[in-house]
Design a protein around this ligand. Structure first.
Ligand code: ADP
Ligand code: MG
Length: 426
């Protein structure tokens, strides 16, 4: 039996920290007792340390599923920096020869970071099945559930994958904590009885505000006024790339601060440059789509403004949570123009194929319009993994109903006269 003292000793030896952050020790202790755990901790709270220490203390292989290659690379670099060399990553971006080499030499490693799509490959699964996995970690576990920008279809297969790997002890990590998402994660991982370790999701230093405007021109004026008056740096979220561009220009023209647009249409290097400039305070305001988010860790963001209605509370809270991570006062403003829910309604259905479309894709011998239509990719993905047309149809019907419910809840948040904070944090 591993004692708390052992965890403290490793914490001190390896990192030089004296105390655990809330949730860390509780999670480690539950894992040591053989429980599967869903651990919910805010971004920046130190989720990685949990599986790092677990691997050190038990000296067993830790496999970490992570949704973004950039996150994995960061993590490997950070661990190397802390003196842990037995760590590697397996991603689809690696040259074939490197993948083969890594797979052949897995015995040399204690930690393996892997993208979910790698776990859909037979060779990878065959190799991993030969190993004894001490801990299977699903990082950013909300990717299995939200239907928002972070959703990753490959995450839906992880429940099955985990069982194919001999059902190892499992740790699911996320910063998104609403009860619906929690239940969904556990259900999809086929671990309904997993212990939940939750930290309070409230962020008392973020002031929540909803402002209703009459029309588009008032909305624009209000945005410019807020950006001028509020303490910076800040982020403004848009649901359209075009508006993000236009409003960045407007802010640059009409205020003294420097703004830049950030969205998926920019080349990788310009996105990277904007991130860097924002981190270095050379840009005070980023006009972003939801592409700006996961993995960005600037702790002194003073405001987050939403120009459009987010499609659900979970996404809203996730984006709002990028403000005030340093614990200092911050503000979240949602600008609402009656009728905005129609745009959100449209957006929440983007990516959900109709029955006709599903039928069409199932009839094809190969994937049409690969890369151009995400719906085609999604349907194709499920087809490749053995789902029937009826099952796929049912999946999307349920999703649609769920989306509508979630959007209605978002609208109730805007309209409620009660405490906004209580509405979100329960
Ligand atoms: P998360 O994945 O929860 O967003 P990370 O695991 O990236 O957060 O950790 C964020 C930072 O917190 C890291 O720099 C890490 O070194 C630091 N950290 C983690 N645990 C502790 C601790 N017990 N004491 C002090 N700093 C910690
Ligand atoms: Mg993390």
């Amino acid at each position: 039996m591993i004692t708390e003292a052992t965890f403290y000793q490793q914490l001190n030896e390896q990192y030089g920290f004296d105390s655990f952050r809330p949730g860390q020790l509780e999670t480690l202790t539950a894992l040591a007792a053989g429980q599967h755990v869903l651990s919910i901790m805010p971004t920046g709270a130190g989720k990685s340390l949990i599986y790092e220490l677990y691997g050190r203390v038990t000296q067993q292989l830790v496999v970490v599923v992570s949704p973004l290659i950039a996150l994995m690379q960061d993590q490997v670099a950070t661990m190397n920096y802390h003196g842990e060399k037995r760590v590697t990553a397996l991603t689809s971006m690696m040259p074939y020869s490197e993948k083969v080499w890594t797979l052949a030499h897995l015995d040399n490693y204690r930690y393996l970071f892997v993208s979910p799509e790698m776990l859909t490959q037979e060779k990878v699964m065959a190799r991993l099945s030969q190993l004894k996995i001490g801990l299977f970690v699903v990082d950013e576990a909300h990717c299995i559930s939200t239907w928002g920008p972070d959703f990753r279809p490959e995450y839906l297969l992880l429940g099955r994958t985990r069982e194919q790997l001999g059902a190892p002890l499992t740790l699911m990590l996320t910063a998104t904590a609403t009860p619906r998402v929690r239940e969904d994660i556990k259900r999809r991982m086929r671990l309904p009885a997993a212990s939940e370790i939750t930290q309070p999701i409230d962020r008392p230093n973020i002031y929540l505000q909803v402002e209703t405007v009459a029309d588009t021109s008032e909305k624009q004026q209000r945005l410019v006024a807020l950006v001028s008056q509020l303490a910076k740096p800040g982020v403004v979220y848009f649901s359209s790339k075009k508006l993000a561009n236009e409003m960045a220009t407007l802010i640059n023209d009409q205020t003294a601060c420097r703004a830049a647009a950030y969205h998926a249409d920019l080349a990788d290097e310009s996105r990277f440059k904007i991130q860097q400039q924002f981190m270095a305070n050379q840009i005070q305001v980023v006009c972003a789509t939801s592409a700006f988010g996961m993995g960005i860790d600037k702790n002194d963001v003073r405001f987050v403004i939403h120009y459009h209605l987010p499609v659900d509370i979970e996404n809203y809270w996730q984006e709002v949570g990028r403000a005030g991570r340093d614990g200092q006062q911050a503000i979240a403003v949602l600008l609402y123009q009656p009728g905005d829910e129609q745009i959100a309604d449209f957006l929440s259905q983007v990516g959900i194929p109709s029955d006709d479309e599903i039928h069409f894709y199932f009839q094809q011998a190969k994937l049409p319009e690969y890369d151009t239509d995400p719906k085609a990719n999604l349907v194709w993905f499920y087809k490749q993994h053995g789902m029937t047309e009826a099952q796929v149809r049912e999946l999307f019907t349920k999703r649609l109903a769920q989306r509508n419910g979630a959007l209605q809840q978002m609208v109730r948040y805007v309209r409620t006269d009660n405490c906004k904070r209580r509405f979100i944090t329960g």
